[in-house]
Design a protein around this ligand. Structure first.
Ligand code: KET
Length: 417
């Protein structure tokens, strides 16, 4: 017999949590009974048939793994799979990276990019100068704003990033803000395929930024979620990482294999810390393990094994490169197709920028009311800041999206709310 309940639930006053600006759209899309609908919200690659995609090279490795008697389901160490940790640092900083050769780079496996950011920021909250602020671009992935306070780093500061007129990087504004931030601030940077704007710094701008960061004693924290997805070239896309590391600067890096290997749900990623002095490295590693162990104990093995196999085998690595070129190439085709479709409709505005933006997303400039209008009338789901995942678009859906955008630009309520 149940005991008599005398009081209300201790959760009685629990408020509703605000919906996630990206992930909630998937639920809305799935629940939408409309026959014609489209989801271009989350940054996940789809084939031209609109299907999610397992990279052939990943499938090949998984097939090999099935028959590999040496594999088991034991725990990985707290810091993750050694073969993966070593290879992922080289992918980011280069095979010949001085920092790696000098033993100044510490890498731990993490729960994909998000987990790496979280572990990295918790680590900084314990050991970085008290009161230092984390700066993120004014336009950024929403979790960049949320993770630092939850990790004990306080509210973030913002630096200017995007020029809405040129649809490119506001490099003057960015440099001003980074040089006015208090010395020793933590600067979150997207090394390529900036999310959501698709606007990246040029190589020359990265070099100039590196000089200012060094002069100010800032700590750059790179978030690399799209290596290989910006240009299709893993080496070109790591320019900023390789360059900063080569300048002897201390830095942090989160890496994700969600997009570039399509390992979204396998939570495959890494956190690296480059320090100036080799003698600190062991202590950094033990303290990173102290952050990880009570958080989730140890990372998942499957994705790390796949990534390690691909990264360490030249034949598989080449196949992966080819597949990255195909994926990023399809995204480029969608950019051109959307631009042409809008131009054909004579939608007001210039749409050339769609081709200039880089990576998975287009930052269309559509306003909140225009996005709402499109969602309501056309059942097309995109982020309310006007971000579209180009990877979610297909040859057969481009015209539908262009038509909806055209209608919205002409007929949606004006304003920015
Ligand atoms: N950093 C950036 C810049 C990023 O866009 C994402 C994911 C991540 C990190 C984290 O990815 P992870 O799956 O933890 O490795 N962005 C897409 C998905 C998401 O929001 O979770 C997105 O912007 O749609």
């Amino acid at each position: 017999m149940a005991v008599a309940v005398k009081k209300k639930s201790f959760l009685d006053g629990i408020p509703d949590a605000p919906p996630d600006p990206i992930l909630s759209l998937r639920t809305l899309y799935e629940e939408d009974p409309a026959e014609k609908k489209l989801n271009v919200s989350v940054g996940a690659y789809r084939t031209d048939e609109g299907k999610s995609y397992v990279l052939p090279v990943v499938k090949e490795v998984e097939t090999m793994m099935l028959d590999d008697p040496s594999l088991n389901h034991e725990y990985l160490p707290v810091e993750g799979l050694k073969e993966f940790r070593d290879a992922t640092a080289k992918l980011a900083f280069g095979e010949d990276s001085l920092a790696i050769r000098e033993g100044r780079c510490v890498t731990v496996q993490a729960l994909s990019g998000t987990g790496a950011l979280r572990v990295g920021l918790e680590f900084l909250s314990r050991f970085y100068a008290q009161g230092a602020k984390v700066y993120i671009p004014e336009q950024s992935w929403p979790l960049h704003r949320r993770i630092p306070p939850l990790s004990g780093m306080g509210e973030v500061g913002l630096y200017r990033y995007f020029n809405a007129d040129t649809k490119g990087v506001d490099f003057t504004g960015l440099m001003e803000d980074i040089s006015h931030a208090p010395n020793g601030s933590i600067i979150v940077l997207h090394p390529c395929a900036h999310n959501p704007t698709g606007a990246d710094l040029s190589f020359d701008e990265w070099k100039r930024l590196c000089t200012v960061i060094a002069e100010k004693g800032h700590l750059p924290f790179f978030d690399a979620a799209y290596q290989g997805f910006a240009t299709g070239d893993l080496i070109r896309d790591r320019f900023a990482l390789e360059y900063f590391a080569s300048q002897g600067i201390e830095l942090m890096l989160s890496q994700s294999y969600a997009k570039n290997m399509g390992l979204y749900g396998e939570r495959t990623g890494a956190l690296s810390v480059i320090v100036s002095d080799k003698s600190i490295v062991d202590r950094v590693l033990t303290q990173l393990k102290q952050v990880i162990r009570p958080m989730y104990s140890s990372p998942p093995a499957h994705g790390a094994r796949i990534a390690a196999t691909i990264l360490n085998n030249p034949v598989l690595f080449d196949k992966w490169n080819g597949e990255l070129k195909l994926m990023s190439g399809r995204i480029l085709e969608m950019r051109t197709a959307l631009k042409l479709a809008l131009q054909k409709l004579q939608t007001p505005g210039s749409w050339d920028f769609l081709e200039k933006q880089i990576g998975m997303f287009s930052y269309t400039g559509l306003t909140g009311p225009e996005v709402d209008f499109i969602q309501e009338k056309y059942h097309i789901y995109m982020m309310r800041n006007g971000r579209i995942s180009m990877a979610g678009l297909t040859t057969s859906t481009v015209d539908y999206l262009a038509g909806a955008m055209h209608d919205a630009v002409l007929n949606a309520p004006k304003g920015h709310l």
